[in-house]
Every structure is written in structure tokens, then in C-alpha cells.
Design a protein around this ligand. Structure first.
Ligand code: HDE
Length: 720
């Protein structure tokens, strides 16, 4: 009966078939043309009235249909992730460009014709499930590869280093950043006392702090983020030769961010901004794409660096070890159901395949315990690997049995090994049949609670990061620290933090201090107060080691890809009387460049044109803001532009776009709106004579550039 409507209810799913999609298809439940039933398959007569003793009588306990409905509803929630609770995900595939047999025996990395299905979940770390996408935070970038040899999970972040060096401090870090326990304030924010109190005592976090205070922590889109495996991993080839490796994801669209002022406003206008962006891009077929990059280091070179490869607060500068681009990740299908897939997916850095292994990084070692453990309470028991999204496409046979919500119906009487009654099955594979062989790393050490000597160089790479930033990026870091520390109430914590920043860079500390109304303090006593009880504090203090690289271009977003306006959202600001021909000319050019033009107007429906065709309105000014767009175009049409010039919301729209250094263009009488907004037409793209190829070309180029940072200092004075 309602098939047309039911179809409109479905997400776009044009993705090519894959073994994982075939497997998931068996679990999809589709109500199209079906009758309503209970969980037992009993057809439901009437879903509007409970069973009562007479029309006005009490409900009857025997109404098993009512009881089933309410009971299920009462148990719809599961515990959210302790960290990374807020996320969005998509399906896709991964393929290598050419065989990686020179590094690894992993089967899915041998042949460019192998398309490995993946499920990728992006997330923020600190906030709850319902928090804003635009929090200043690290983003999770977790990839599950469904390979023929079992699932491989690369559970990384969009920042290549981490706050702490040892898993033993993770709980403390997270307790410090989460809302304070007495009043549960603030949500999804590090700008509060407990976080900075902890950080001010942990010099090892200073490199990561530089990254999270940079614009990397407020991405424009998940599609415009880098990803990193963070830890050093091991690749092992068919001969058993092991090499160290760092994993990178390089986005095709480049690495781009929003400004903090935008982030704050987007959180109000559209807290689902990143989630929506990912969904919409995939739904229209603009599939997000990344290249897989590898930094490979011979085992013999392990100790040749100024830093320790096992220290997760350090990166390997690309100038020392270049990133080889080796494969392609494409996301081409939205999930059918958020809970079933995005919420129930369970990642684990210990999900490995032959040819990829972890190292002794003490942060990674702790993670190997945590991820299975956390699923036991989050997903309710040991059978979470049987949930459709978590099932491998590789066959799974073992003697694990029973437990909550077991799905498999294991046949036979033999549930142990060795056995004769089951013919010895399932049999051990052995290395030749693909059994996982752990790299026989030599271990000879004393049992100690210590860390490697080079771990104590806490500031050199923080300084490297700072020195590698462009001036606008440096300014944003200073502003971020002024904001964050400005929210700290205890003066000693603020001061201590500024003292710590002075270890990274004097100018940075001075600029932050100035904003806070402080002098840069000289910290009295040891910098590192997280010292083991019996250790001599002196041996635990930061030591600077000479680094081989003073600046690294790859660390600055200024050097990212800026060659495309694809998927960029452009607001065409218009009102009744607009010149429809100008809209058409600009819209055609934008669509040809892959951009997404939308008409924003004072009212909905369609506009009465001054010339040309009547444009349909996509959004009213009330429901959006320029912070939700990458660029603004104001076409001419005397009645339209005089209405907009007199409309405070429209004027604010333009001012904000200008202030946020976005591409702004105006044609014909559109220049009057610029004037009303106090925007100097020479600072943007303006053509009194109307739209021509030069204007559209320059506008598209400006959009591809992402922002005109040169405008920022001047634009600060625009009231918006
Ligand atoms: Fe995680 N982390 N983590 N983490 N992590 C979790 O696992 C943990 C760390 C990362 O989209 C949890 O299933 C410990 C570094 C991502 O589902 C939990 C330590 C990096 C995700 C957990 C770390 C990450 C998680 C919460 C320090 C970057 C989201 C729910 C020893 C390399 C995955 C869950 C998704 C999730 C523990 C540090 C990345 C509690 C103990 C470093 C992307 O198990």
C-alpha cells in the first residue's frame, strides 16, 4: 500500500555490493508493504487502544501487546561510550594502489584489485552522545576493515600524538576533562579548572595541547580531517621481517577548520553539523575519500631519532621519514540504522590480521585491555562480536559458547580442544594456513615502573609544532588558550599553565598571559609533579634533546590541499525582486565546480523575481546563519538588495561571513548589501555590472582557498 512513501524513508545506498553489505542485508528489516506484528510475529489488530475493561475502564494486565511495547521501550538505552560517545559513521571500501608485500603479509594489502569493505566512525572524545559536534576536542577516526583474514581495526585520531605517555594516566586525564563531578558542568568542553589543573602538572601533555588548541580541534568537516594511528605499529612481511610503521589518512579535500567564533555559533544553529555534513555528502554521491599513508622505519633505525618511537606524545616528522601514499579509503554508503551500526560497532586496537602488529608503546598496551572490557558493560556481554556490524566476513569457528544474547547456534557436542569426538575440529591453523604468528620480539628486562629516557623530552616537539604554524594559526592558538584559561577560576592554575607554555615558546606565553592580564611566571619547583612516590623528582623533570627538524611544513594547515570547491556550501542571499538570471549564472558555475548552492531568503516558498525565473527558497534567514556555509553570494535586483540591506539578520549574515574570512561575492545592486554590512567591496569579490565568467571563476577559486586569512586582522573590527 504505502510503498512510495516507504521508499522515501530510506537512506541513499548506491554503494557497490561487498561481502559485508551482503552479510548485513540478511539482518535488515524492511516494513515496506508489511503488516504490523508483535515481536513474536503476531499480527496486531489495533495499535491505538490498550485492552480495557469497557471503553472507560482500567487497562488490563493481560494486554500482552501493551506490555511488550512498554517493556521494550523501557530498555531502549544502553550505556554510552565512556569516551568518544558522540559519533557518526559510514560504510565504504579500501584498496591499495599497489601491493604492499614489501612491508607486510596482510592479505588485504597485497592486491590492488581487492576491495576491502570498511566501516568508519568519527567522534568527539569528551562530550556525551547528545553534545555538539563543534566542541574543541580531538576527533576519533576509527576504521574497521572487514578483511578475508578477520577484522583489522585502526582506531586512531585526527591528531598524531596524545596527551599522556602511559595508559595508567588515562582515567585521570578523562576524569579531568569530563564535566566536573559535583555539578556536571561543563558539557563537551575542556575550558574548566579540573582539566587545566591536571594539564598544568603534566608537562608530557604539552605537545598534544598545542594541537588541541589549534584549529585542528574544530574541523570544518569529518571529510576534511587527517587521521593518524598515533602509536608506532609493526608491519611484518612474508619472510618474517618486521618494520615500524606509522599510519596516516590524508583527506582528498585537504585539512580545513572553522574559526572558534563559528564553532560556538554552529553549536547553537546546528549542533549536528558534522554528522549532517557526512550524511549529506554521501547521500548525494560526493563520496569522502582519503589516501592511506605509511611512514616505514627499519628496525635497525629504531634508536636513531631524538625521540622514542614508543612514545605516543611524539610524531615522526615527515622531513625525516616521508609519508608514502599507498591506498585509498572511500565512504559510499550511509548506515541504515544509527543504533544498530554506529552505536553498536565495537572497535579494538587489538583486532589485528597477520602482518600487522602493535609495539610496546605503553599507551597502546593499556588500550589492548580496555576495548574489550568496555564492550562488556556497553553492549552487555561477551557476544558483542556477533552483532551484525561487528561480525567479520571471515569465517569464525571456535569453542567460545553461551553468554548473554548468543546468536550463533553451534552444532555438535564437542566444545573443547583437543578432541577426537569432533575430529579435532576446529583445528589450529598453524602459520602456513594463516594462523597469526606474533613477531618474536626479543624481550629482556627487569620488571620496573619506569619509562624510556627519551620520553622526558616534553617540550621540543611542542615547540616544533608552534614554529611550524603560519601566523594566523599561531594567533588562533593564542586565542584558544586565552579562551580556555580565561574560563579557569583558580588563579594558580592559570599561572602555572602560562609558566608551562613559556617552556614551549616565550612569545606564545607572553601573548596568552597578556590576554589573561598576567605576567609570565617563573615556575618555582619541579615542572613535573606526576612523579612516582619513591623517585627522585629531579630524575623525572623534562629534558630538552636536540631535534633534527626545526620546522615541519606538514604540521601547518596552510600547506594543505586547496584545489577544489567540491561539496562547499554556498548561500545565495536573495529576497523578492532578485535578478533570477544572475542567480542562474552563478548557480550553474557553482554546480559545475561541485559546490552546493542554496538560496537563503527572508521568507520560504519561492521568490518573486525582478528578472528571470522565480527561484525556490532552500532556507529562511531565521533557520540558518552564514556559519553553516562556506561562502556567500549576493546577486543584484534592486528590490531584493534594498530589502536585504534593511534587514538586520541579512546584514549580520554578510558581516559574519566576512569576519570569518569566507569567500563573499556580490553582483549588480548586491554591492549595496555589502555597504550596509560595512564590508569594503575591495576586500571581497564585487562586480557592479553583474555576473560574468571572471566573477564566478574568482569566487570558485576563493572558495577552494577555504579562507582569506589575510583579511582576519581587519575583519575583527566588524561587529558580528
Ligand atoms: Fe580510546 N577508548 N583509549 N584512544 N578510543 C575508547 O572504547 C582508551 C586512545 C579511540 O568510534 C573506548 O569502545 C584507553 C588513543 C577512538 O567506537 C575505551 C586509552 C586513541 C575511540 C577507550 C585510550 C584512542 C576510542 C570507549 C589509553 C587514538 C572510539 C568506548 C590507554 C590513537 C571508537 C570504546 C569508536 C574509544 C579506552 C587512548 C582512540 C574506553 C584506556 C591514544 C577513536 O575502551
Amino acid at each position: 500500500m504505502p510503498s512510495k512513501k516507504a521508499k522515501a524513508n530510506r537512506p541513499a545506498g548506491k554503494a557497490a555490493r561487498s561481502p559485508k553489505q551482503d552479510a548485513l542485508a540478511r539482518f535488515r528489516e524492511d516494513p515496506e508493504d508489511q503488516l504490523l506484528t508483535t515481536d513474536q510475529g503476531l499480527r496486531v489488530l489495533d495499535d491505538q487502544n490498550s485492552l480495557k475493561a469497557g471503553p472507560r475502564g482500567p487497562s488490563l494486565l493481560e494486554d500482552f501487546i501493551l506490555r511488550e511495547k512498554i517493556t521494550h521501550f523501557d530498555h531502549e538505552r544502553i550505556p554510552e561510550r565512556v569516551v568518544h560517545a558522540r559519533g557518526a559513521a559510514a560504510h565504504g571500501y579500501f584498496e591499495v594502489e599497489r601491493s604492499l608485500s614489501r612491508y607486510t603479509r596482510a592479505a588485504f594489502l597485497q592486491d590492488p584489485s581487492t576491495k576491502t569493505p570498511v566501516f568508519v566512525r568519527f567522534s568527539t572524545v569528551a562530550g556525551s552522545r547528545g553534545s555538539s559536534d563543534l566542541a574543541r576536542d580531538v576527533r576519533g577516526f576509527a576504521v574497521k576493515f572487514y578483511t578475508d583474514e578477520g577484522n583489522f581495526d585502526l582506531v586512531g585520531n585526527n591528531i598524531p600524538v596524545f596527551f599522556i605517555q602511559d595508559a595508567v594516566k588515562f582515567r585521570d586525564l578523562i576524569h579531568a576533562v569530563k564535566p566536573e563531578p559535583h555539578h556536571e558542568i561543563p558539557q563537551a568542553a575542556s575550558a574548566h579548572d579540573t582539566f587545566w589543573d591536571f594539564i598544568s602538572l603534566m608537562p608530557e601533555s604539552m605537545h598534544m595541547i598545542m594541537w588541541v588548541m589549534s584549529d585542528r580541534a574544530i574541523p570544518r568537516s569529518f571529510r576534511m580531517m587527517e587521521g593518524f594511528g598515533v602509536h608506532t605499529f609493526r608491519l611484518v612481511d612474508a619472510k618474517g621481517t618486521a618494520r615500524f610503521a606509522k599510519f596516516h589518512w590524508k583527506p582528498k579535500l585537504g585539512v580545513h577548520s572553522v574559526l572558534w567564533d563559528e564553532a560556538l555559533k554552529i553549536s547553537g544553529k546546528d549542533p549536528d553539523f558534522h554528522r549532517r555534513d557526512l550524511w549529506e555528502a554521501i547521500a548525494v554521491g560526493a563520496y569522502p575519500e582519503w589516501e592511506l599513508g605509511l611512514q616505514v622505519i627499519e628496525e635497525a633505525d629504531e634508536h636513531t631519532f631524538a625521540f622514542d618511537l614508543l612514545d605516543p606524545t611524539k610524531l615522526v616528522p615527515e622531513e625525516l621519514v616521508p609519508v608514502e601514499r599507498v591506498g585509498r579509503l572511500v565512504l559510499d554508503r550511509n548506515p541504515d540504522n544509527f543504533f544498530a551500526e554506529t552505536e553498536q560497532v565495537a572497535f579494538h586496537p587489538g583486532h589485528l590480521v597477520p602482518g600487522i602488529e602493535f609495539t610496546d608503546d605503553p599507551l597502546l598496551q593499556g588500550r589492548l585491555f580496555s576495548y574489550t572490557d568496555t564492550q562488556l558493560s556497553r553492549l552487555g556481554g561477551p557476544n558483542f562480536h556477533e552483532i551484525p556490524i561487528n561480525r567479520p566476513v571471515a569465517e569464525m569457528h571456535n569453542n567460545q559458547r553461551d553468554g548473554h544474547m548468543r546468536q550463533n547456534i553451534n552444532v555438535g557436542r564437542v566444545v573443547y580442544h583437543p578432541n577426537t569426538l569432533g575430529g579435532g575440529c576446529p583445528m589450529q591453523a598453524g602459520g602456513a594456513a594463516g594462523g597469526f604468528v606474533s613477531h618474536p620480539e626479543a624481550i629482556d628486562g627487569q620488571k620496573v615502573r619506569e619509562r624510556g629516557e627519551k620520553f622526558f623530552d616534553h617540550f621540543s616537539q611542542a615547540t616544533l609544532f608552534w614554529n611550524s604554524q603560519s601566523d594566523p594559526e599561531k594567533q588562533h592558538i593564542v586565542q584558544a588558550l586565552r579562551f580556555e584559561l580565561g574560563k579557569v577560576e583558580v588563579p594558580e592554575v592559570r599561572e602555572r599553565m602560562v609558566g608551562m607554555l613559556a617552556q614551549v615558546d616565550r612569545t606564545l606565553a607572553e601573548q596568552v598571559a597578556q590576554g589573561l592580564g598576567l605576567a609570565v611566571p617563573k615556575l618555582a619547583g619541579p615542572l613535573n609533579l606526576s612523579v612516582p612516590a619513591d623517585a627522585d623528582p629531579k630524575t623525572y623533570q623534562p629534558v630538552a634533546r636536540k631535534q633534527a627538524v626545526a620546522r615541519s611544513q606538514a604540521l601547518s594547515m596552510a600547506s594543505t590541499v586547496k584545489d577544489s570547491a567540491e561539496t562547499r556550501k554556498v548561500a545565495i542571499l536573495a529576497a523578492d525582486g532578485v535578478d533570477g538570471d544572475e542567480i542562474d549564472a552563478m548557480r550553474r558555475a557553482l554546480l559545475a565546480a561541485g559546490a552546493v548552492p542554496k538560496i537563503v531568503a527572508p521568507h520560504g516558498g519561492s521568490l518573486k523575481p525582478g528578472a528571470g525565473a522565480a527561484p525556490a527558497v532552500d532556507f529562511t534567514l531565521l533557520t540558518v546563519g552564514s556559519v553553516l556555509f562556506d561562502a556567500v553570494f549576493i546577486p543584484g535586483g534592486a528590490a531584493s538588495t534594498s530589502a536585504l540591506a534593511g534587514d538586520a539578520t541579512a546584514v549580520l549574515f554578510v558581516r559574519e561571513a566576512y569576519k570569518h574570512c569566507k569567500a563573499v561575492a556580490a553582483s549588480g545592486t548586491g554591492l549595496a548589501v555589502l555597504e550596509a554590512a560595512g564590508v569594503d567591496a575591495r576586500d571581497v569579490l564585487a562586480r557592479r555590472e553583474g555576473v560574468n565568467a571572471q566573477l564566478t571563476g574568482a569566487f570558485i577559486e576563493a572558495i577552494a582557498q577555504h579562507r582569506d586569512w589575510g583579511r582576519e586582522a581587519k575583519a575583527q573590527n566588524v561587529p558580528a
